[in-house]
Design a protein around this ligand. Structure first.
Ligand SMILES: *Cc1c(COP(=O)(O)O)cnc(C)c1O
Length: 238
């Protein structure tokens, strides 16, 4: 068994345990391995262990990996989990399966236009800034209702739910409060729309158990699967 496969199994067991503790079905949470800075060989190891969708925070890096792997592994799927600039929308429209970090209507408009030109649709999650830290991306929780109403006007974007990054803190209560805030936004949107908004992408290597306890349906885990990260370009030299 590869190290990656072993790490995946360990994370799966922790997710299952967190589900059990909070009375949730073990299958209620999907694990999205985050492969940023990691070479395609490790992604292929995770593919062999049953994972086909991978999270990348940079469009250029994701596209490079897509191009390197698409002939041999056309089943690989790419989830963009980092901020997207409008000038990169055309690339995302071409190859991504999911965008988890939508927080800008100008980007949404551009993305929709490019997707229509490609004849594609894209699952999107709206990123919520649940920690009120100014350096964090995401819309303010209070702006979510207005923002998501605008999204309904786009043909090619399929809003599926919300994504957030909790505050980076040793205090579990503050981390958990970020997840709870995001879940409260989800509840408001569901009440308004009579359902939908099923996805809650919350939790990373350091905090996914707390996120599962607060209702996460997708944990984005990098370090605990692929090990620590060097600089962004390291995978090209590997
Ligand atoms: C890098 C990253 C992750 C994974 O972080 P780890 O701590 O390595 O698990 C999750 N979400 C986003 C948005 C990221 O950029």
């Amino acid at each position: 068994m590869s190290v990656v496969a072993r790490n995946l199994a360990a994370v799966e067991a922790r997710i299952a345990e967190a589900c059990r503790k909070s009375g949730r079905e073990p299958g209620a949470v999907r694990l999205l391995p985050v492969s940023k800075t990691k070479p395609p060989e490790l992604i292929v190891e995770a593919l062999a262990a049953g994972y086909r969708r991978f999270g990348e925070n940079r469009v250029q890096e994701a596209q490079d990996k897509w191009e390197l792997t698409r002939d041999e592994h056309p089943e690989l799927e790419w989830a963009i989990i980092g901020a997207l600039q409008a000038n990169k929308a055309k690339y995302v429209a071409r190859f991504a399966t999911e965008l988890q970090a939508l927080d800008d209507l100008h980007v949404a408009r551009e993305l929709d236009k490019r997707l229509c030109a490609e004849g594609r649709q894209l699952d999107v999650l709206v990123q919520v800034n649940s920690s009120a830290e100014p350096q964090k991306a995401g819309i303010d929780p209070d702006a979510a209702e207005a923002f998501t109403r605008e999204l309904a006007g786009f043909d090619a974007l399929r809003p599926r739910g919300l994504m957030t990054l909790a505050v980076h803190s040793d205090d579990p209560a503050s981390v958990r409060a970020c997840f709870a805030r995001t879940r409260a936004v989800q509840e408001r949107l569901r009440d308004r729309d009579g359902g939908g908004w099923d996805e809650l992408s919350m939790g990373m290597s350091g905090d996914f158990e707390l996120a599962v306890a607060e209702g996460s349906t997708c944990v984005r885990v990098g370090t605990a699967i692929f090990g620590g990260r060097g600089d962004q370009a390291a995978w090209r030299r590997a």
